[in-house]
Write a protein that binds this ligand. Structure first.
Ligand code: GDP
Length: 304
């Protein structure tokens, strides 16, 4: 129910357009497909993924010459779910914390303002509720506010946070945090990093250095690199995904702010284009407004 509510705007916008596109039509013809293409692109699914979806529907139209417009919903839903299913195997999409990696290290990357800190706070809360011991690391040392903001979440969730002064070396904070995680026998360590995109080489160097220093404590850390994207920024989120995936190996995505936007389609496009699974979606500012992304539920709620 919260998912439906969170996606209200995306859904309404999508259906209004889709209904218009099929009004007065009895079957899916070129006209309907052209309109559908436009709708998907304007819902921020992205051009490449839209073309993929249209191709698949064209194939079905070719097979079944009289594909009715009433079936279009169902078919779209099947094709999009199929597309998302091809990205990662299995259905378990949330982070499962393996007992043989202790602590399990999650490095969180993303541009400032996308909801990185909030997502870390919400994640910490979920892990804690699962009975896991969490340590946060404030390695976004370039903004004093970022450290304080994360501290607020650490206090709210009641988990320890490792910090140094504003302006200190992010890799050093990451190192300390992993040490502290090991010493406390913690289950999960979540490291916040700075989201400066001023230049690709710098970003890459920064993230590489943090990783290298972390590996002095835990040789295979980080176990996950979570990229946080603001879903309400549509094509900007695509651009950020491009830059971060070029700079480091991103293993999973969290897409935030889907509650306030009609651009929910961005989730479909980004995960397809970058072949990285979306693990979480943010549907509000509250501590419980982070949902494990379930592709089937997502597509269903989009098309319900
Ligand atoms: P950061 O700079 O990336 O760490 O961003 P913050 O975590 O500080 O978030 C920036 C703003 O976005 C804050 O006002 C958050 O409350 C808000 N925010 C984060 N996630 C969501 C979400 O899923 N939905 C909504 N509506 N707001 C969010």
């Amino acid at each position: 129910e919260t998912l439906d509510k969170g996606l209200e705007k995306s859904k309404t916008s999508f259906f209004t357009k889709l209904n218009k596109a099929v009004a007065g039509k009895s079957k899916v013809d070129d006209d309907v497909l052209d309109n559908l293409e436009e709708i998907l692109v304007s819902s921020d699914v992205g051009v490449n993924t839209t073309l993929k979806i249209i191709d698949r529907i064209e194939e079905r139209v070719a097979k079944d010459k009289y594909l009715g417009t009433s079936e279009l919903n169902q078919i779209l839903r099947e094709e999009i779910a199929g597309l998302l299913s091809e990205i990662d195997s299995g259905n378990a999409t949330e982070f499962t914390i393996p007992t043989d990696k202790k602590p399990f290290v999650i490095m969180v990357v993303g541009v400032n303002g996308v909801g990185k800190t909030t997502t870390i706070g919400k994640l910490a809360s979920q892990f804690k509720k699962q009975g896991l011991q969490v340590v946060l690391g404030a390695a976004d040392t370039f903004r004093a506010a970022a450290i304080d903001q994360l501290q607020i979440w650490a206090d709210r969730v009641e988990v320890p946070m490792v910090r140094q002064d504003f302006g200190s070396d992010p890799a050093s904070v990451a190192f300390d945090t992993l040490k502290s995680g090991v010493n406390q026998n913690a289950d999960v360590v979540i490291i916040d990093t700075a989201g400066r995109l001023h230049n690709k080489v710098n970003l890459m160097n920064e993230l590489t250095k943090i990783k290298r220093v972390m590996q002095k404590v835990i040789s295979d850390a980080p176990h996950e690199v979570l990229l946080v994207l603001d879903g309400s920024t549509g094509q900007n989120a695509f651009e950020q995904a491009k830059q971060f995936t070029a700079a480091t190996e991103v293993t999973s995505l969290a897409v935030t702010k889907l509650d306030g936007t009609a651009k929910g389609g961005v989730v479909i496009g980004i995960s397809d284009q970058f072949q990285i699974p979306v693990k979480y979606i943010g549907v509000g500012e509250g501590i419980d407004d982070l949902q494990v992304f379930n592709k089937f539920e997502f597509v269903d709620s989009f098309f319900k």
